[in-house]
Write a protein that binds this ligand. Structure first.
Ligand SMILES: [Zn+2]
Length: 405
């Protein structure tokens, strides 16, 4: 897993150990050097050297010695933690109608959030980056923070995105295909910025703040306008060779089936994404019959047959697709995060039933499944968690030049 980091970020072996130690400290909250060495299966001397460099860079700090046995005057045990005050990072999520900005300290503790409305949901890349700059400026002004306080910003977009290179192959939020966001960020943003797939960011948020804490292998499925997925394997986000894997929403569930917003046919999200439900529940009606998922849910509750059928079919198709995930990955846990409104229990039950019936039969319990509400703050917190990682990689690499000097 960590080999991926080395390959993609150009870190040498010594820098990689620093990054691994930093990651370990972030996940643990507070941890001793001895426990880091055990966790990383590394020698105490190597870990001590790596932590020394992180301390010198100001990324971590030693905390008040905690006695191993409080009843004795033993040798104090020095713990390490991320230096929260070291730097601030902005997590930014571009949704369809708003840009959500969350500023966090280096530990990921929220300093403040701000929501800027977005007039159109799809625009040219440059206009989007300008809108992000405006949203960031508005957030900093509202929180009375200086732009110099922000060491980096991570931006989450839906679509096929290479998180290592900030290259976007396709996104439903951007008019063009194949956009390198690096130069646009450099031109318009006041700090280093990093682009990442938004479902990967939710996976990061779950890993650091949610259900994924302490888990090594889990999946996060996001359902809103489209369907996304983040894969955490051996404690690391799995991105694939071209950086655009884990496209669960575009897994084909029907040969030559319904048209998807990606341009292909038969994709999962063409059956279960919000836009697909609105389309399918509006067949044969006036064009504005169902404008949102809430309309469809209310219609179904009022006894409308088509609305009920569309929701039931979507729930079953999602359950079958989730079973394929269990069959492929055998994860410890799957988090299903859906934007409001909440589905009725009957639909969740239909999904779970389809999942159970289509999972390969072994004499072992199914992985844990959590269905949770997905709010914009979760995306932005995940973006901030990603920003912290990218800024620390930047700082670790900057240390190289000092080491050489
Ligand atoms: Zn598709």
């Amino acid at each position: 897993m960590m080999k991926d980091h080395a390959r993609h970020y150009g870190l040498d072996a010594r820098e990689l150990t620093r990054l691994r130690a930093f990651h370990c400290i972030r996940v643990a909250g507070q941890i001793s050097r001895t426990d880091i060495a055990r966790e990383l299966d590394s020698s105490p001397a190597t870990v001590t050297a790596a932590c020394g460099a992180l301390l010198e860079a100001g990324l971590i700090r030693e905390v008040d010695a905690e006695r191993i046995d409080s009843g004795q005057r033993g040798r104090p045990r020095v713990m390490l933690e991320v230096n929260g005050e070291a730097l601030a990072v902005a997590g930014i999520k571009v949704a369809r109608h708003a840009i959500h900005v969350t500023i966090v300290d280096f530990k990921g503790v929220e300093i403040g959030s701000h929501l800027s409305p977005l007039a159109v949901s799809c625009m040219p890349a440059e206009a989007l980056v300008r809108a992000v700059r405006q949203a960031l400026d508005d957030a900093l002004a509202a929180l009375d923070l200086s732009v110099d306080a922000v060491a980096g910003a991570a931006l989450g977009l839906p679509g096929f995105i290479n998180g290592e290179t900030s290259f976007m192959h396709w996104s439903s939020s951007v008019e063009e295909r194949n956009v390198d966001f690096g130069p646009l960020f450099a031109r318009h943003l006041p700090c280093p910025a990093f682009l990442e797939n938004d479902a990967n960011l939710v996976a990061k948020a779950e890993q650091f703040f949610g259900e994924g804490r302490g888990l090594h292998n889990f999946l996060v499925v996001t359902i809103e306008h489209g369907v996304g997925m983040g894969i955490v394997q051996n404690g690391q986000l799995y991105r694939g060779e071209r950086g655009c894997g884990a496209e669960f929403g575009h897994m084909k569930v029907q040969f030559e089936g319904a048209l998807c917003q990606c341009g292909q046919r038969g994709c999962l999200e063409a059956y279960v994404g919000d836009y697909a439900l609105i389309r399918d529940a509006s067949v044969g009606r006036q064009s504005d019959a169902h404008k949102s998922l809430t309309d469809i849910l209310e219609s179904a509750r009022a006894g409308d047959r088509l609305s009920g059928e569309v929701l039931e079919r979507a729930s079953k198709i999602l359950g079958v697709a989730l079973a394929s995930l269990v069959n492929l990955f055998d994860p410890q846990h799957i988090v299903i995060a859906r934007l409001r409104p909440r589905f009725d229990d009957v639909h969740t039950q239909a999904m779970m039933e389809a999942l159970r019936r289509n999972t390969v039969q072994v004499d072992a319990p199914l992985p844990g499944i959590t269905v949770r509400n997905l709010d914009e703050s979760m995306w932005a917190r995940g973006a901030a968690a990603h920003g912290i990682e990218m800024v620390s990689i930047m700082k670790i690499r900057a240390g190289r030049d000092q080491d050489a000097a």
